[in-house]
Design a protein around this ligand. Structure first.
Ligand SMILES: Nc1ncnc2c1ncn2[C@@H]1O[C@H](COP(=O)(O)OP(=O)(O)O)[C@@H](O)[C@H]1O
Ligand SMILES: O=C(O)c1ccc[n+]([C@@H]2O[C@H](COP(=O)([O-])O)[C@@H](O)[C@H]2O)c1
Length: 195
């Protein structure tokens, strides 16, 4: 069986941290990070809010991301080995892909590919605090959080909710251990129930 677990949600919610822990604990699992599909900086337009539009889905090459996930679906063992993950090729063995990113479920193809969807939330104040100590390849210009990042987060969350895609919300204020234990246990139970 093949499972694709989405870890979506707000910037700095703890998606990458949770994903790293899951990868360590789920044997032979692979990962696809949405951030790796950002378009080059010169293709990112300046919006009406006056900021470069990094927090919109068109800033990301979603076709390429979806194709990468489809390549995993086609042949998980080949995908894993080509990404340095050591897997056996026993027929029938459970294969797991984790896809991680802040705008996963605003693309219907990506949302549909996920067999399980998690969505991390944290309040604006905590998000701003965590983000202020983060080093992105392109540093945030002054005012980006209030002027672009947070309004776009709220807009995309609403769009996701209006689309009725089913997600399991995770409270990103819980400790890293609590979040990991919650998701790990749920995944184990779901996989056992599915097999
Ligand atoms: N559960 C948590 N509680 C407190 N801080 C966290 C938690 N998870 C992650 N962090 C911290 O928040 C920052 C962003 O985490 P990260 O996993 O990179 O978030 P994301 O991938 O969602 O942007 C990092 O400094 C990380 O150590
Ligand atoms: O990764 C990059 O190249 C990059 C360049 C500019 C901005 N970002 C920020 O990356 C954020 C999404 O990633 P994350 O890990 O914080 O969920 C998003 O809020 C963007 O503003 C990321």
């Amino acid at each position: 069986m093949k499972y694709i677990i989405g870890i979506g949600g707000v910037t700095n919610g703890g998606k990458t941290t949770l994903t790293r822990r899951l990868l360590k604990s789920l044997p032979a699992s692979c990962v696809v990070h949405q951030d790796d599909f950002y378009k080059p900086q010169d293709q990112i337009e300046v919006g009406e809010d006056g900021f470069k539009q990094w927090d919109v889905i068109t800033a990301i090459d979603m076709d390429s991301m979806v194709n990468t996930v489809k390549a995993w679906l086609e042949n998980p063992v080949k995908f894993a080995r080509s990404h340095g993950v050591n897997v056996s090729s026993n027929p029938g063995e459970t294969q797991i892909l984790i896809v991680e990113g802040f705008l996963l479920y605003n693309n219907k193809m990506m949302a549909d590919l996920c067999t399980h969807r998690y969505y991390v939330t944290i309040p604006a104040s905590e998000c701003k605090k965590r983000r202020s100590s983060r080093n992105y390849t392109i540093p945030d210009p002054p005012g980006l959080f209030e002027g672009h990042v947070w309004p776009m987060y709220l807009k995309h969350k609403k769009e996701m909710e209006d689309s009725s895609v089913e997600v399991v919300y995770l409270d990103g204020l819980k400790s890293k251990d609590e979040l990991f234990n919650q998701v790990y246990e749920e995944i184990q139970n779901k996989l056992l129930n599915c097999s």
